[in-house]
Design a protein around this ligand. Sequence first.
Ligand SMILES: [Zn+2]
Ligand SMILES: [Zn+2]
Length: 186
Amino acid sequence: MCESSIKNLIELDPKNNSAYVLLSNVYAKLGRWEDVRAVRKLMEEMGVKKTPGCSIVELDGQLHEFFVGDEAHPERREIYRMLDEIMERLKSVGYVVKTEEVLLDLDEEGKEMALAVHSEKIAVAFSFVKTKPGTTVRIIKNLRICGDCHEAMNLISKVYGREIVVRDCSRFHHFRDGVCSCNGFW
Ligand SMILES: [Zn+2]
Ligand SMILES: [Zn+2]
């Protein structure tokens, strides 16, 4: 979506945080950090809250919710151990963290964010802990999946031979054998 149509959205619905997030994503992609800051300031002035990134996994009829850098889950140890293992395996096949994507995730700010783990990665690790190899992983994400997580999902689907379906706020991503159904456009 282009800058001017997003601005229209904000004008139509100034309390809707998703339009601001879209706009700041556009600016961040272009490296227009001054504009990113201006959008944040505007959100503050308008009293619009940032939505924390959240991923949901359904397992045996129960919903499990994960937030950025989540430490709240009772099985966090197993989950993070699995996540480390997954990341090591991805690195061994050439995965490099897209730091700029992590930094420009606009749900949180600053250093904390750079080190944090996006909720969909935690959700995948959780699914791997709880399900048998080969089971399709299904995740619902409230915000748009970032480029780094998208790339990670591609690789995970290939390396582990698992299908991963992520429904984010704008579309379905069906990762299978290293490619996504969106072909990288989303
Ligand atoms: Zn991400
Ligand atoms: Zn996709």
